[in-house]
Design a protein around this ligand. Structure first.
Ligand code: MTE
Ligand code: MO
Length: 202
């Protein structure tokens, strides 16, 4: 996995209450990807909500972009210890996607699925009520491919590995199923304020 370049900008000099335990601040926007950037064609792009194997709703790029949009500014925290404050995100809240489809969560657990070989598990409670968005823009610009464009999940209150890049849908699962990093020992929830980096119990 790529590591951030040796930065001269790392500091722990954060405003009170903004830096979770054992994190440092960066002003850069490091790129961390487990594999190659997938080639994604907007003509065939889609976002799907499944209940297990069964698709419940699907949007193509035009349909997705017609959904109500939200802008928020949030801090992000990577498990490799960098945090970045005040990132401006724009996209569609997961709750607004569900509402647009007339869906209630069929199970309490989800797996975010991506173009390429990556996934991450999230309790639906961590996605609902304005806590997560499928973002298309960061800092006022369309997401670059390396940062997960055309669309990525952003779940800022959990470590940033939960913010799946190149997201293609959300699968509701009956049990809490581990995703890519969780299968490799990362924590099933990943709350930076609780220092939930690795799942010691697994
Ligand atoms: N599809 C996919 N999403 C992913 C990853 C990945 O490798 N593939 N890496 C995760 C990790 S570990 C982090 S820290 C963030 C990094 O996002 P960035 O490259 O935009 O900083 O994306 C997360 N989402
Ligand atoms: Mo990460």
């Amino acid at each position: 996995m790529d590591q951030p370049r040796k930065p001269s900008t790392l500091t722990t000099d954060a405003p009170e209450g903004r830096l979770p335990p054992r994190q440092v601040l960066t002003r850069r926007f490091p790129v961390l990807s487990a594999g190659a950037v997938p080639a994604i064609d907007l003509e065939t792009w889609s976002f799907t909500v499944w209940n297990g194997p069964r698709p419940l709703a699907r949007w193509d790029w035009a349909g997705f972009n017609a959904l109500p949009r939200t802008r928020w500014t949030k801090d992000i925290h990577c498990v490799t210890r960098w945090s970045k404050l005040d990132v401006a995100w724009e996209g569609v809240l997961v709750g607004d996607l569900m509402e647009a489809a007339g869906l209630a969560a069929p199970t309490p657990f989800t797996l975010a699925l991506c173009f390429g070989d990556y996934s991450t598990n999230l309790p639906y409670a961590d996605l609902a009520d304005g806590r997560a968005m499928v973002a298309t823009h960061a800092e006022g610009e369309p997401l670059t491919p390396e940062h997960g464009g055309p669309a990525r999940l952003v779940v800022p209150h959990l470590y940033f590995w939960k913010s799946a890049k190149w997201v293609r849908g959300l699968r509701f699962t009956r049990r809490d199923e581990a995703g890519f990093w969780e299968l490799r020992g990362y924590h099933m929830r990943g709350d930076p304020w609780k220092n939930e980096r690795y799942d010691v119990g697994k």
